[in-house]
Design a protein around this ligand. Structure first.
Ligand SMILES: [Zn+2]
Length: 399
């Protein structure tokens, strides 16, 4: 068997490459043998041994990530005898989708113009900057690099509990397999996804790939982060499992609102953010949250808070069946405004008006209720202080 150039492998090792996914294959003409190595976000190398007796003019490699229509075509250098290689830098511009299978094939053009194609091969473009531990239970497989085995088990338990919690409200199927990658720093996750423009992002779902990514920072807040983020991302995967490729037609406010229903420890800032925005007349029209959420942290926080509150309102008002009909309407192609009309009998803007006035009325610091506050304090405080405090806590938890 042909020995691949030691110098090339040495370069990768010197560069600090971790164990990469490597594919060796024996196949028919025009490739006798080959391997592909990647160093995540830095380098991709293809090496191949051509079949003998070819009159080669050029060799090219075609590759593209699953879910991407953009196929790269790169010339492969003929180095010695029938050995060819390509070193492709991923640092400047990376066409690969993180955590996606990448399909590739070699095409040899002979001097008489005849083209010979290899079969299609595949490698998994995993983030191999880390040594992932793996633990599996039921449909969930968790990958993590910071923490002991009990950390991985906690993630599995929280994923299952979050899925069960969501199913109490909405009948969404759990995917048969779901890989959960846990970063210990949100910045590492954003870097992996090339999403540095969203500084608030701490989790992400690639549901068409059966993969979710979360960041859980080790420390005292660890379990709260885990209980919020893992179920949230699992919920996105469950929604995709139900609607498939129509996932893209689910409005962002509904998708994120449903995901927030699964959170075992909802974001404690949601309620205050919502109250402040309602108080200052800065609620964002839901029609502006159909496609995507804003990039800046404050606006994104408000978008999540509104989506959470609005979807909870729909669930309370129309019941699980109403929420279910709403998902169906959007997955069947309804527009953002019309989906609620089809499923709930009212356009989005009408339900939004009722929701926002109900949300404001639900908060005693606002509106006419606030003007009565001095009198209420005199009347209520002596007998109801602990009761009121409990009610306030309950409202905050509900967010
Ligand atoms: Zn989300």
């Amino acid at each position: 068997m042909y020995k691949f150039g030691k110098s090339i492998l040495a370069i990768l090792l010197i560069a600090g490459a971790l164990q990469s996914k490597t594919t060796f294959a024996q196949n028919t003409s025009p490739i006798l043998d080959h391997q592909v190595i990647h160093k995540f976000g830095e380098l991709l190398s293809f090496e191949a041994v051509l079949a003998p007796d070819l009159d080669v003019e050029k060799v090219e490699v075609f590759f593209n990530s699953q879910g991407s229509a953009n196929t790269q075509v790169e010339s492969v250098e003929i180095r010695e005898q029938n050995y060819v290689s390509l070193f492709y830098s991923l640092e400047e511009e990376n066409p690969l989708r993180a955590f996606a299978p990448v399909r590739y094939r070699f095409v040899v053009t002979q001097t008489d113009g005849e083209k010979l194609e290899s079969e299609d091969f595949e490698f998994f473009y995993e983030d191999n900057r880390y040594r992932w531990e793996v633990l599996e239970e039921g449909p969930f497989r968790v990958h993590w690099y910071a923490g002991e085995t009990d950390f991985g088990q906690d993630v599995l338990d929280v994923a299952q509990l979050g899925a069960d919690t969501l199913q109490d409200t909405l009948d969404l199927p759990i995917p048969q397999e779901l890989d959960i990658y846990v970063y210990s720093r949100a910045s590492d996750l954003r870097q992996a996804l090339d999403l540095s423009g969203k500084p608030w992002l701490a989790g992400h779902a690639n549901p068409d790939l059966g993969i979710v990514l979360v960041s859980v920072i080790p420390g005292p807040e660890q379990s709260l982060e885990m209980e919020r983020e893992v179920p949230h991302e699992v919920a996105h995967a469950m929604l995709y499992e139900k609607v498939g490729d129509n996932y893209a037609n689910i409005p962002a406010w509904l998708n994120e609102g449903i995901a927030s229903l699964a959170e075992l420890y909802p974001n404690p800032d949601y309620q205050q953010t919502l109250v402040d925005a309602a108080d200052s007349g800065e609620l964002v029209p839901l029609a502006d949250l159909c496609q995507d959420f804003p990039d800046d942290t404050l606006s994104a926080g408000l978008a999540y808070a509104q989506s959470n509150s609005f979807v909870r309102y729909i669930s309370r008002t129309y019941g699980p069946a109403g929420l279910d009909r709403l998902v169906d309407a959007y997955s069947n192609g309804a527009s953002c405004e019309e989906g609620t009309n089809i499923a709930l009998g009212q356009p989005l803007s009408a339900i939004e008006r009722t929701w926002s006035s109900s949300a404001i009325n639900a908060n005693p610091g606002l509106g006419a209720f606030g003007q009565l506050l001095p009198w209420l304090i005199i009347a209520v405080v002596p007998i109801g202080l602990s009761l009121g405090f409990t009610a306030l806590r309950a409202r905050q938890k509900e967010a």
